[in-house]
Design a protein around this ligand. Structure first.
Ligand code: C2O
Ligand code: CU
Ligand code: CU
Length: 511
């Protein structure tokens, strides 16, 4: 395992906005250090004290069958109080869908909502018309038959609505769930499973003490994103989870509209990153904290074997300097683990997990550049990509199926933007020209956290499915206001300079 730890989070490192602005360089988020036997005791609970208040962590429902209804329900988030929720499958969070690689997946969506909706399968490689693009949104009372073959790595993907200008509201009101792909390669690793494999959908909600979830953004929220004051994990406020003193696997989705998390255990105990958006890493990596932007997933193993039964430790989002006025960087408790005396997961974590068959950047056929900026000419500053905001049917970029390209994103704004590309998994090459990458960035990705004033390069192999796909900022307020473009995949050709840019538009034969 790598040794990229530090005993204690160093507050001077928790300043992604600040340092990016001042220094204009990528952040070495992980520092070298050692774990000694000297974990600070401050967050261990004294076993003689009574249990603090809290609610047992809910597990998302598991979806069965091939129908799913989008509907408004009255659910219970805060014990004893009814909360109106917008749901898929009648639960919040939406039920977890679990499939095996190679299977043909089908799902009929019934839209029982008072407005249009769709399902976007975030991170999945699917045909254009199955991708939940806003132009394929389903009218109230309508249905849509999704059907596609699961042909990609095992991993923690997710699904959520994607209707025009209403994605943020629908996700916020409760519509988002995990989509877990399994494959034979992963199953032989005997990673913690069953009760030892815990999905965590982390979302912030703006409650101000209320038990009603309401989406009511004001101008500032469109600029910064809709940030909350309360964390819900799997729809549980103030959650705790009883754990055996051993290994657990946490499939974590930051399902917030805009909140960037900085996950760490309160006592600095290591987190072991085993996977990213697109599945397992080559091997486990120990870190003391990991950033997670909206829509990103991280697959973490936590080893509780060093904790005595009767003690507790809290998974937190650590404070960081989020930049004045952005509302980011607030410290939160996410989930309290209460260690109890019961049998632990019996298998060790393998030292090697998989082979990452990454592409070679030197073989990229071209580089496209995208500038993330703000249109200062309008009163409510609109975020843009290359000076444009979203148009439903406009083709902003055309790519050949199968081509390997480098996409450069330059963030020239004061705000962070999680950039997401539909229909594929990419590699992050660098941040401001430098590495090494944090483990959460070092595997297959579909969403990448762009810090302010940062330039990143993505290496992308376009898929075989032809047609229109989206790429956008996954700050959902930014997305809805139009920080989103279309790319179209067209059939590749055999090396003719169709574009007239002096580069051959290499097709399938060049792979
Ligand atoms: Cu989570 Cu357009 O996506
Ligand atoms: Cu997506
Ligand atoms: Cu953004």
């Amino acid at each position: 395992m790598s040794n990229r730890n530090s005993n204690k989070p160093d507050p001077s490192r928790r300043t992604f906005l600040h340092r990016a602005i001042l220094a204009g360089v990528g952040l070495p988020l992980l520092t070298r250090g050692l774990y000694g036997g000297d974990l600070p005791g401050g967050d261990y609970r004294d076993p003689s004290r009574p249990l603090p208040a809290g609610n047992p962590l809910r597990r998302p429902a598991v979806h069965t069958g091939t129908d799913i209804h989008a509907a408004v329900i009255e659910g219970e988030v805060w014990p004893g109080s009814p909360t109106p929720l917008w749901t898929f499958g009648g639960s919040y969070p939406s039920p977890t869908i679990r499939v095996r690689r190679g299977e043909q997946f089908t799902m009929k969506l019934y839209n029982d909502l008072p407005e249009k909706t769709s399902i976007h399968w975030h991170g999945l490689v699917v045909p254009s018309d199955m991708d939940g693009h806003p132009r394929n949104a389903v009218a109230p009372g309508g249905t849509f038959d999704y059907s596609f073959k699961i042909d990609q790595r095992a991993g923690t993907y997710w699904y959520h609505p994607h209707p025009h200008e209403a994605t943020a509201k629908q996700v916020y009101m409760g519509m988002a769930g995990l989509f877990i792909v399994e494959d034979d390669e992963e199953l032989v690793l005997k990673l913690p499973s069953g009760e030892f494999e815990v999905p965590l959908v982390i979302q912030d909600r703006r409650q101000a003490g209320s038990t009603t979830i309401a989406y009511a953004p004001v101008a500032m929220d469109h600029q910064d994103g809709y940030l909350g004051d309360t964390i819900l994990v799997n729809g549980t406020p103030d959650p705790y989870l009883e754990v055996a003193p051993g290994l657990y696997r946490f499939r974590i989705l930051n399902g917030s509209n805009a909140r960037i998390l900085d996950l760490a255990l309160a006592d600095g105990h290591k987190l072991t990153v085993i996977g990213t958006d697109g599945g397992l890493l080559d091997k486990p990596y120990d870190v003391s904290y990991t950033y997670l932007a909206p829509a990103e997933r991280v697959d973490l193993v936590i080893d509780f074997s060093g904790y005595a039964p009767g003690t507790s430790v809290v998974l937190k989002s650590l404070p960081y300097s989020g930049g004045a006025g952005t509302g980011q960087g607030v410290e939160f408790d996410i989930l309290r683990f209460d260690i109890v005396d019961r049998p632990a997961w019996p298998n060790p974590l393998p030292a090697a997990l998989t082979t990452l068959n990454f592409h070679n950047a030197a073989e990229a056929l071209r580089t496209r550049s995208f500038r993330l900026d703000i249109d200062h000419s309008v009163t409510m500053n609109m975020h843009q990509i290359n000076g444009k905001t979203f148009e439903m049917d406009r083709v902003d970029e055309q790519v050949n199926a199968g081509d390997l390209e480098i996409w450069e994103f330059q963030n020239v704004t004061l705000l962070p933007h999680p950039i997401h590309i539909h229909g594929l998994q990419f590699q992050l090459l660098d941040r401001n020209g430098t590495g090494p990458l944090d483990p959460v960035d070092a595997g297959w990705k579909d969403t990448v956290f762009m810090r302010p004033f940062q330039t990143i390069h993505l290496l992308i192999r376009f898929q075989e499915h032809l047609g229109l796909f989206l790429f956008h900022c996954h700050n959902l307020e930014h997305e809805d206001e139009g920080m989103m473009l279309n790319y179209e995949v067209i059939a590749g050709n055999t090396g003719v300079d169709v574009r007239g840019d002096g580069m051959r538009d290499g097709g399938m034969d060049l792979r």
